[in-house]
Design a protein around this ligand. Structure first.
Ligand code: GDP
Length: 424
């Protein structure tokens, strides 16, 4: 078994959590390598239904070690609340099956506050942040103004470091935004509260991973969000503040020399997008409401109604290419069962020309979708387990997408449950 990355091909919410939960059976270690608590992976299994924000989706499998890599924004408060939530549902979580990289930076309580202050300042030009502090966190990380999780083991040095950070950060909070200054007392209570609680999980995960690889263990890298939200390759500035693509997985995981041989790109059978920014294939009105309701398209973290549209071949092909996906999991095919005719956005029209190319961010808002229709199957497919048992029109739809995006579709998901999957 080779190492594998599971990544989102589009705007996120493609069903990655569901695929990681399924595929972890074959892996020893699951690592989250970027992002923070700003998105949600939904997992349904024998323990119940969970919206995971920070914890890797392998947490439900016995004998799987789950790691929050150095690339993750570790928010001690959110992480501890999530650990408790999962434990309350009967899942065992110990330092043996959950490890936090000592090189991961901690999301400071002021990062969430700064996120809100900046979105308020942007007013009608806001980026659509989930206000979990992710953008201020990564900005500070790259300025080397955050605290590493491993510093919790050096309390005196940490306090001196925090005093410096506090003085610097208060300049921005009070002078730029007119907010209330943070105090050392407030930071102390954060330290003695949430930080102490997560400290037992913090260790040298780089060493652990090097030893695990020497013993022949297999790794599953779990991405958050999708290609179009990647900081460098996405729809700037409506991206997240980290690299979501598979190439970053080894770097953000703590084992930079390992290359995942398999990259499973997760694509939804239609499109959805949370928040602001250009979304070329967007549908409106009754058609959109029906699809949103059928697909339950409401944000796992925010509860916000998601914008929806048909599958976007142009954006998906681009997403497949930047991820260098080797296999595709097409999810939520069952949701399209109610449609007589299924719309697909096959191309874009940009400045009077028809194009297959995904536009540069400045031109993207000017792109118009070219919509074509395929025949629907209008029958429940959610119990089907074999490819040959799918209605012909459902197979034609999958084959059309496969050909257009240029990557084999090896998994077709027809329901949220672990075993509602067709393996081709
Ligand atoms: P993620 O962030 O990429 O893991 O995606 P989300 O968790 O935000 O969204 C996926 C949603 O679709 C979750 O509620 C899943 O339980 C659900 N889901 C995943 N695959 C399927 C599928 O094939 N069919 C249906 N009906 N639901 C699915």
């Amino acid at each position: 078994m080779s190492d594998c990355a599971i990544v989102g091909i589009n705007w996120g919410d493609e069903g990655k959590g569901r695929m990681v939960d399924l595929l972890t059976e074959n892996y020893d270690i699951v690592i989250r390598y970027q992002g923070g608590g700003n998105a949600g992976h939904t997992v349904i299994n024998e323990y119940g239904k969970f919206a995971l924000h920070l914890l890797p989706s392998g947490i439900f499998r016995k004998n799987v070690v789950n790691i929050l890599g150095n690339g993750v924004a570790v928010d001690p408060e959110n992480l501890w609340n999530e650990i408790e939530y999962v434990r309350e549902n009967g899942v065992s979580l110990t330092p043996d099956n959950l490890k936090i990289s000592d090189r991961a930076s901690l999301l400071m309580p002021w990062h969430r506050e700064l996120d809100c202050l900046e979105e308020a300042r942007l007013a009608d030009k806001k980026y659509g942040s989930t206000k979990q502090g992710i953008a201020p966190f990564y900005s500070d990380k790259y300025q080397k103004k955050t605290v590493l999780a491993g510093e919790l083991f050096y309390p005196e040095k940490l306090r001196a470091h925090l005093a410096d950070l506090l003085e610097w950060k208060n300049l921005t909070i009070t002078k730029v935004y007119g907010g209330e200054a943070w105090t050392m007392e407030k930071l102390e209570s954060w330290l003695s509260g949430y930080c102490e609680k997560i400290k037992p999980f913090v260790c040298d995960t780089g060493k652990f991973l090097r030893n695990a690889k020497a013993e022949g263990k297999n790794i599953l890298f779990e991405a958050q969000l999708g290609s179009l939200r990647d900081l460098d390759y996405g729809i700037c500035p409506y991206t997240t503040s980290s690299n979501t693509i598979a190439s970053y997985a080894p770097v953000g995981s703590g084992i930079p020399g390992v290359r995942p041989q398999e990259i499973v790109g997760v694509v939804k059978a239609y499109s959805s997008c949370v928040g602001e920014g250009p979304f070329t294939c967007e549908m409106f009105g009754k058609e959109a409401d029906e699809l949103r309701e059928a697909g339950g398209e409401y944000g796992a973290k925010t509860g916000r109604p998601r914008r929806v549209g048909p599958i976007d071949i142009v954006a998906t092909r681009y997403g497949v290419q930047v991820q260098a996906a080797t296999n595709i999991a097409l999810t939520k095919l069952d949701i399209l069962s109610y449609m007589k005719k299924i719309p697909v956005c096959s191309k874009y029209e940009l400045y009077g020309e028809i194009t297959d190319d995904f536009p540069f961010p400045s031109a993207l808002p000017d792109a118009k979708p070219v919509i074509e229709y395929m025949d629907g199957w209008e029958t429940d497919i959610s119990k089907i387990k074999n490819w040959d048992d799918l209605p012909e029109n459902a197979r034609k739809y999958v084959e059309y997408v496969e050909k257009e995006i240029g990557c084999h579709i090896g998994y077709v998901s027809v329901g949220p449950e672990r075993d509602s999957i067709i393996i081709r």
